[in-house]
Design a protein around this ligand. Structure first.
Ligand SMILES: [Zn+2]
Length: 153
């Protein structure tokens, strides 16, 4: 399952990437660009635009309702029950939509704070923006939020 989010859904796009999903999102992509990418790359369009269904020749799409992120995620999960927030959790950069590379933290001691060096687990880096990710407090709070939201997942 791959998605293409319209310009209104940047936050949702980043969260879906955190789940591991491949999500096209660009602030400068207008509707025709969004639809073209969705068609070419077989993506499901996620949009806030209510007038979407008036268009002809549209790729599969789902209209996102609600301003609250939790509400949007739950709505999406109801529409796509196979959406699994944990299947590819933290395998993709939320900003770049690129798969993260697993690294040996010892090779990057200069870039990782000493406190984080003590943490056990999977350390990753985004090959596009260079950002490091590890099972720290930020990641834990994301995971807790998802576990609250999807207790059965
Ligand atoms: Zn990145």
């Amino acid at each position: 399952m791959k998605f293409a989010c319209d310009v209104m859904l940047g936050r949702l796009a980043r969260w879906l990437r955190l789940f591991g999903y491949d999500v096209f999102y660009r602030k400068d992509a207008d509707r025709s660009a969004l639809l073209r990418v969705a068609r070419e790359e077989e993506r499901i369009v996620l949009t806030r635009a209510g007038n979407f269904r008036e268009l002809s020749e549209i790729p599969p799409y789902f209209i996102i309702t609600g301003d609250d992120l939790d509400e949007q995620l739950l709505g999406l999960h109801r529409a796509f029950p196979s959406l699994d927030p944990f299947a590819g959790f933290l395998t993709r950069c939320a900003e770049c939509n690129v798969l993260l590379e697993e690294i040996d933290k010892k090779d990057h001691q200069d870039s990782i704070p000493p406190k984080a060096m003590l943490i056990e687990g999977r350390f990753c880096r985004c090959p596009a923006c260079g950002k490091f990710l590890w099972p720290g407090t930020h990641v834990t709070s994301i995971k807790e939020r998802l576990e609250r939201l999807f207790p059965d997942a």
